[in-house]
Design a protein around this ligand. Sequence first.
Ligand code: CTP
Length: 403
Amino acid sequence: MTLNLKDKIKSQLPKAALNALELCSKTADDNGFKIYLIGGVVRDLLLEKKIIDIDVTVEGNATEFCHTLSDKKICKILQVQNELKTVKALFKNDIAIDFASTRQEFYPKRGHLPVIARIGCTLEEDVLRRDFTINALAISLNEKDFGTVIDYVGGVEDIKNKILKVLHDNSFNEDPSRIIRGLKFAARFNFHRDEYTKELQEKYINTQLHDDISWTRIKSELKQTFSMNDAKVYDMFLINDTYKLVYGEKPPVKGLEIKTLVDKYSPDYVWLVYLGTVLNKPEIIEAFCLTRPEKKIFTDKNTLLKGDLNLKSTNYEIYKFFEKKSIEAVLIYYLLTKRKEPLVYLEKLMNIRVELKGEELMELGITEGKLIGKMLDEILKRKLAGTIITKADEINFVKSETK
Ligand code: CTP
């Protein structure tokens, strides 16, 4: 039976987006193009989720189609990728739509980025290169069958049954980042992998693991997945052995512990608090091409774990141990060691500062640079111990020391 989602498209897309699609539809018909909504947007329409990105595929050449649209002043072309023949276009009321040409891809080397085999293939050939059946659906946008779902792979049924299924035996081998995508979609929609997909994943992780792969893709998927701050995702990441993909070590940590800390301390790099409990291998950290503050999290984590923090440390020693370390690294240290000091630092000590400035100390009679530093440190020690609290206390202390 044909399934038509015209009503869902009308009710779930903003009016301006619907207008843009209707103009695309008319232009496609008038100029002999076949165009489709494709991938995530179709899945999300069926699941009645919020539509974030609109992807349209043109059976043939998307660049030609978009130029036809822009010649008619229907859209502005923002970006063209010549090799892939993809176009980002802007319609009235700031509606952005990504257009792609149907394409076949092949993987010259397992785990590496694919190369294009053919642009302008059939829609069926295009969907068969994709990751999961739920992402391999299309909706026709041409007027005569506007809204009709085209399902070559049983994706509609899988969405109904909440199943994640890859399209072929080689899927993870070609692109291991799909293992993490599977985790992301499973958590986002509460779906489960079917037995076939589970087996393929286990086989890849236990017998076919390879470190010469596209780490940028893996990183991007891990970032999206762990940024969800979902305790269940992390537990699944450990239970399903997915952590082995990054050559990680399984820590005695539960997702809920991480989520609780993240909710309480709001670190900037949520995904790295999760991943940092698992990822240790320097080569992989390097391969992720992290930004400077992201890299610092791993360097700080190593420094903390190698450091020697006495069990009977004073507040001052605890402060010095964690001072200038990124919050993410302090949280990872806590999760891996379960010591109380990182929490003492975050809860009580981290924001304690000496209020007096160097110039003020000079006005109080301390003129030598070295002595200024020493005095500031003495004040800090007392503030951390709680014997000095206010700025007035600081001044009184300095006065008593210089009498
Ligand atoms: N895709 C794939 N293999 C990948 C990444 C993407 O086959 N490793 C295909 C899927 O068909 C997917 C589409 O490319 O639907 C677009 O990818 P992307 O934008 O990453 O995913 P979405 O499905 O749109 O998901 P999200 O909602 O997370 O953006």
